[in-house]
Design a protein around this ligand. Structure first.
Ligand SMILES: Nc1ncnc2c1ncn2[C@@H]1O[C@H](COP(=O)(O)OP(=O)(O)O)[C@@H](O)[C@H]1O
Ligand SMILES: [Mg+2]
Length: 306
């Protein structure tokens, strides 16, 4: 089926509830686990840095994400997650270092990179005055999905997110969880190899959150897609990510599977304990201004939409 990314490595372990594939050495990506072990990484960041004025928002970040992985970038508000993501999706250029996506350099080959990624930004972006189907069609045109297969692609993306039935309704009648799923459908319509989700569940209640995750997990199992997400919800990362990087003050402090990271601290450690251990700060207790503003804005948008 056409949602399947072109050359995705399938047969990767399906992540899922706390199942971590292979044990890894801290900071090292796991072996690919298929005959295609030499495939280039889905994402490679080396020495990536970004400054706003004097403020170093992203500081010498190194990351490698393997094809088929679900990878979480975790950190409190202000850690530098969104800035990292914006560089990765070619909206900002790294001031130092380099990023490649399936071998394409984000700074010098942005169009090649854009064709391979689907991006769901942190703030809600669907248009409430259009129907769900119209929103997805808009993205299909924006992303140059060939006219011939476009209608089918749109229906497949809607179906993958469980939105076939309400697709003809105006988006302002959707719940917050449905709006998020619609944005995922938009991001999927060009059959990306890498899906990038910035705080995919911010502003959603716990039921809507797990619903969004169920859809992402199912999609990933079916299409073998690589998923990179940011979150400050540790429980979500623990449940759904194969590996995570803990980010704090612009730096990656540790990278490994949630299970390995927790094992470092003992049998009853939570990922939140791990985060405290590596950063000296808590994740959920952090109330940096930007974050609250972002969440409020996201919620306002959600209210406006329905
Ligand atoms: N456009 C901007 N101008 C100035 N500072 C910014 C801008 N965007 C982000 N920052 C700052 O950069 C840091 C990292 O922000 P961000 O990448 O949004 O973090 P996160 O997504 O982890 O919450 C924060 O200190 C934030 O205030
Ligand atoms: Mg952010």
């Amino acid at each position: 089926m056409s949602l399947e990314p072109g050359a995705a490595v399938t047969g990767q372990p399906a992540g899922g509830a706390g199942v971590t594939a292979q044990p890894t050495v801290t900071g090292q990506p796991p072996p690919a686990g298929t005959g295609l072990a030499v495939a280039e990484p889905a994402v490679s960041c080396a020495g990536v840095t970004y400054r706003f004025g004097d403020h170093v928002a992203v500081n010498l970040v190194d990351l490698t994400i393997q094809p088929g992985e679900t990878f979480g970038l975790l950190g409190p508000n202000g850690a530098g997650k969104t800035t990292t993501i914006r560089m990765l999706v070619t909206l900002l250029k790294p001031m130092a270092g380099r990023i490649s996506v399936f071998g394409a350099n984000t700074a010098t080959q942005p169009m090649r990179v854009r064709r391979m990624i689907g991006y769901v930004p942190q703030l809600l972006s669907a248009d409430g005055s259009l129907t769900g189907r119209e929103n997805v069609e808009l993205f299909a045109r924006l992303f140059d999905v060939p006219r011939g297969g476009r209608a089918q692609r749109v229906e497949e993306a809607l179906a993958a997110m469980g939105l076939t039935e309400p697709a003809g309704r105006l988006v302002k009648t959707y719940s917050g969880g449905m709006v998020r799923r619609l944005e995922l459908a938009q991001a999927l319509v060009n059959a990306p190899r890498l899906l990038v989700l910035d705080e995919p569940t911010v502003g959603l209640d716990p039921i809507a959150r797990s619903d969004v995750w169920e859809h992402i997990t199912r999609l990933r199992e079916r299409a073998g897609m690589t998923v990179l997400m940011t979150t400050h919800h540790m429980e979500e990362a623990d449940l759904y990510c194969d590996r995570v990087s803990l980010m704090h003050s612009g730096r990656v402090q540790a990278t490994d599977s949630p299970a390995n990271l927790k094992a470092l601290l003992g049998p009853v450690a939570s990922l939140d304990d791990v985060f405290r251990h590596f950063t000296g700060g808590t994740l959920d207790g952090d109330t940096a201004k930007g974050g609250i503003r972002d969440v409020r804005r996201a919620r306002r948008t959600a209210r406006r939409l329905g």
